[in-house]
Design a protein around this ligand. Structure first.
Ligand code: ADP
Length: 542
């Protein structure tokens, strides 16, 4: 027997129509690349998104065709999120931090029909345009007065506000199949070509419901949300959609991601919740420490994309009374997989145990199932000690890469994440390494993440990266690379002693090398393979 409830497809456009109707006066504030602060409401957003949907139709964009963006977090980018996906096209967010060869590859691979870009990217667009075959139109996301001077692009360069002005705001969002594609994001691909992850309306909506829950990102109509994580990186972890669903105020930082600019925006817009990668928070914390500042409204910050060091969690929580939500995810997971929020019986834990828990990436949100498996594919116990390959499944996990002839990456219905993890009896997962970064010492695995987390607790350490360097006896041994605080005189010996009592002896790093800086990739992650290439023979004599 069938249920007797209404059939309504789960569509991205419904998030916007909900926000317009039920939270129409709620504000969206953007720091523009033009330099000023722009503010308007969900009502304005919805009206301009409909105009842009008409403009896309006038450009001849057909359902399923790709509409690319090369843009910071801002209201025009948000309009495109809905104009493109809502009208049945596919929003393709491009990461401007990628190497130009990769960008050109991705644009042609996705067969983007049109590329919308922030004016700061004009030089990049001109170089890319000379190399790509597919897009016929480039649109500068600005008004007539701020149009960039084009050297190469003149014939196909259009102005965003001209398109808006020329279009009607009467547009009915089509009722497309909820399984049709809504957006596309390529993994940054530290090795090989980037791979396209193609989200559907249904997967996006289900992810939005789950990610907004109190034990996930805990978002509500009373929040003022600052997504520092870029809209070009896994849809800013879904926050633009979540904000529409719950009616939260949105605050977009544009291109100004330095500590001073972020802090100013957090205070002036009374941000309650922010989200970003640890490297960005390092800059913010350094600024607030230096200026003896504080956070008058921010109560929670989501930290993910890379492990959140305990020292960072402690700084936010103890110095500034900002709760840290450690989260884990991947482009292939839309991105949310786990969030570290306490269960009832954990609330009374002593502080050191709470920090040990918060160093974990957390428990699966509803919709995601996970397991860890050993070398033969056998499931390992959730004992907090056994480490294995982390596999996930769920309705917002990718089953096939876009435009790829390769076989599905799934193994028996599970997606192999490429992460090595442990899971404790409470279901809290902890990443110990990327599988390619794990340190294999005499047949045992050593977690570089654990070593890095302890090193960061030392007051003289700014950044710590641990790699496996080749070793004549043990295959590999941990080598700790450290960026010191300016003016610090800490020695290798002192840092090595710091591990005494904090880590099993055989897991301790064999040596420390001080370096000036750490290379970061396009999504803010440390490029460990570059450091490995540089230091791999450190323990090999001669
Ligand atoms: P990319 O593929 O561009 O590196 P993703 O954001 O998809 O970008 O990266 C996903 C990977 O990032 C995960 O598989 C994991 O290795 C790492 N990661 C994400 N969040 C965390 C976290 N909280 N702690 C440790 N690693 C994380």
């Amino acid at each position: 027997m069938q249920g007797l409830m209404m059939q309504q497809p789960l569509l991205v456009a419904s998030l916007l129509t909900h926000a317009e109707r039920h939270h129409g006066a709620r504000e969206i504030v953007s720091r523009r690349v033009e330099g000023d602060i722009h503010r308007y409401t969900y009502r304005d957003l919805a009206q301009r998104a409909r105009r842009m949907a008409n403009a896309l139709a006038a450009l001849g964009i057909q359902p399923g065709e790709r509409v690319a963006t090369l843009a910071w977090n801002g209201y025009r980018h948000m309009e495109l999120y809905f104009a493109a996906s809502g009208s049945g096209a596919v929003l393709h967010t491009l990461n401007p931090r990628l190497h130009i060869d990769q960008l050109a590859y991705i644009i042609d691979h996705a067969q983007d029909r049109v590329v919308f870009f922030d004016v700061t990217f004009m030089p990049l667009i001109e170089s890319v345009a000379a190399r790509v075959k597919s897009p016929k139109v480039f649109v500068a996301m600005t008004d007539r007065a701020h149009m960039p001077r084009a050297h190469v692009l003149s014939t196909m360069l259009m102005c965003y506000e001209d398109l808006i002005d020329a279009s009607s705001d009467a547009f009915d969002w089509p009722l497309v199949d909820e399984n049709s594609a809504s957006s596309l994001c390529y993994t940054s691909g530290t090795t090989g070509h980037p791979k396209g992850v193609l989200y559907s309306h249904r997967s996006t909506l289900l992810h939005t419901f789950s990610a907004a829950l109190p034990d996930s990102l805990n978002c509500s109509a009373r929040d003022s949300i600052l997504p520092v994580v870029p809209m070009f990186h896994v849809n800013a972890w879904g926050l633009p959609y979540i904000a529409c669903m719950v009616g939260a105020k949105l605050v977009f930082p544009g291109a100004a991601l330095d500590g001073a600019s972020l802090h100013e925006l957090i205070e002036s817009e009374q941000v309650t919740l922010s989200a970003g990668v640890p490297t960005v928070w390092q800059g913010l914390l350094a600024h607030v420490d230096e200026t003896k500042g504080s956070f008058s409204s921010m109560r929670r910050t989501v930290i993910g994309g890379a492990p959140c060091p305990t020292a960072m969690a402690a700084a936010f929580q103890e110095r500034y009374q900002v709760d840290v939500l450690h989260a884990w995810g991947m482009t292939e997971l839309s991105p949310l997989g786990t969030v570290c929020s306490f269960k009832a019986h954990q609330l009374a834990l002593p502080q050191p145990d709470r920090y040990a828990l918060q160093a974990k990436q957390g428990r699966a949100v509803f919709g995601i199932d996970m397991k860890i498996v050993g070398p033969q594919g056998l499931e390992l116990p959730w004992d907090g000690r056994s480490a294995g390959d982390l596999m996930v499944r769920g309705p917002w996990v990718t089953r096939q890469y876009f435009g790829s002839d390769d076989a599905s990456p799934l193994s028996d219905g599970w997606f192999p994440t490429g992460d090595i993890a442990k899971i404790d009896p409470d279901g809290f997962m902890q990443i110990t390494d990327r599988s390619k970064d794990v340190i294999k010492s005499g047949g045992e695995w050593i977690s570089s993440a654990e070593i890095e987390n302890i090193a960061c607790l030392h007051p003289d350490v700014t950044t710590a990266v641990c790699i496996g360097a080749r070793h004549p006896k043990w295959d590999e041994r941990p080598l700790l690379l450290v960026v010191k605080k300016p003016d610090s005189a800490v020695t290798e010996h002192e840092l090595l002693r710091f591990f005494d009592g904090r880590l099993a002896k055989w897991c301790m790093p064999d040596a420390v090398v001080f370096i000036d800086s750490v290379p970061h990739g396009a999504t803010g992650k440390v490029l460990k393979h570059q450091l490995r290439d540089q230091f791999t023979d450190y323990f090999v004599p001669g």
